[in-house]
Design a protein around this ligand. Structure first.
Ligand code: HEM
Ligand SMILES: CC(C)=CCC/C(C)=C/CC/C(C)=C/COP(=O)(O)OP(=O)(O)O
Length: 303
């Protein structure tokens, strides 16, 4: 006869399951996206942001972005199991079955959609749904395996969060919000290609046509440098149209100089650790840039 499980045996199993589901939502990526959502919300109105659409908007967008990430885990489970960076993920490790992962992704996405539709507005719900489809289906299931421009085109889905935040509060698309989308859109290629240089052998092994695999490391480094220059120009646009003030101008210029400097080092110095340094820098760059946007908004634009 099999012995019944004791509470002390069940508890760790439940905790492990919970952690595995949480990991599928790519929490750190979604956390940075939520910062850009919040900034989109704050910049959309001159004064205090109304609390109800702020809370419901953040919750709904977080759920749908987490669901998109879970779909990515599900669709990529086979190649993830073959790469050193990702073999330990819940699906290749067998911590969660494909059926449960699919049920989780669908329920989380549906719940997020209902929250946005019912408590925020239909415009934000549909735009977030389009981002989910853009990342989970267009990028993951198709572009990723089809072209070396995969992340340039697919990056549009990941760039949407500030616009989603903006529409959650105002129920309309504003050209200022599109400038924030353009900034994340031009930031994505240097962010990802730096990592792809470091992991190029793994991508080649699973036949994923990332730029360093198809066009070589030197060409990718040139593209990274050019995109950091393009990003610096994109970061100036909010000042040129009068959306942001001097605090943002100084902060974003320093960040742009830092990013171009790191990309220049990557292109013209041959230290293997530089690619991961550029990748890490990109994350701090975007985080600080959006914090500076917020500080500028409350300390300059409103004065
Ligand atoms: C299509 C667009 C994008 C691609 C292909 C991409 C790719 C990646 C990859 C492969 C990693 C994993 C690195 C690792 O496992 O060590 C990563 C990490 C990260 N990405 Fe992106 N990314 C994209 C867009 C974004 C966006 C829009 C944001 C935020 C607004 C973002 C924020 C982050 C953060 C915070 C991490 C670090 C996560 C961690 O440390 O666990 N990414 N990105
Ligand atoms: C609704 C909404 C706002 C959607 C946005 C979805 C989202 C979480 C985008 C993140 C972009 C990202 C981490 C791409 C990496 O995928 P990858 O498959 O190239 O990397 P991996 O190998 O680490 O999985």
């Amino acid at each position: 006869m099999t012995k019944p499980l004791t509470i002390s045996q069940v508890q760790p199993k439940l905790t492990l399951q919970w952690r595995a589901y949480f990991e599928m939502t790519k929490p750190k990526v979604v956390a940075l996206m939520l910062l850009t959502v919040l900034v989109g919300m704050c910049l959309s109105v001159p004064g205090i942001v109304p609390l109800q659409p702020l809370v419901a908007g953040m919750a709904g967008i977080a759920m749908m972005a987490g669901a998109a990430a879970a779909f990515n885990h599900l669709i990529d489970r086979k190649i993830d199991g073959l790469m050193a960076r990702t073999y330990n993920r819940p699906l290749p490790k067998g911590k969660i079955s494909t059926t449960k992962a699919a049920a989780f992704a669908v329920s989380l996405g549906a719940l997020g959609f209902v929250v946005l539709y019912a408590l925020v507005n239909p415009l934000t719900a549909w735009l977030t749904f389009a981002s989910l489809i853009g990342y989970a289906l267009v990028y993951t299931a198709y572009l990723k395996r089809a072209t070396s421009q995969n992340i340039v085109i697919g990056g549009l889905a990941g760039a949407m969060p500030p616009l989603l935040g903006w529409t959650a509060i105002t129920n309309e698309m504003h050209s200022y919000a599109l400038l924030l989308v353009i900034i994340i859109f031009t930031w994505t290629p240097p962010h990802f290609w730096a990592l792809a240089i470091h992991r190029r052998k793994e991508y080649a092994k699973v036949d994923i046509p990332m730029l360093p695999v198809t066009h070589g490391v030197e060409f990718t480094k040139t593209c990274i440098l050019l995109y950091t220059i393009l990003l610096a120009i994109a970061c100036l646009l909010p000042v040129l149209v009068g959306m942001c003030g001097p605090i943002y101008l100084v902060g974003s210029t320093l960040l742009s100089c830092g990013f171009i400097y790191k990309a220049w080092q990557l292109k013209f110095h041959d230290y293997p650790e530089l690619s991961m340094q550029v990748f890490k820098f990109s994350i701090y760059h975007l985080m600080v840039l959006f914090i500076v946007l917020l500080v500028d908004h409350y300390f300059w634009v409103n004065t």
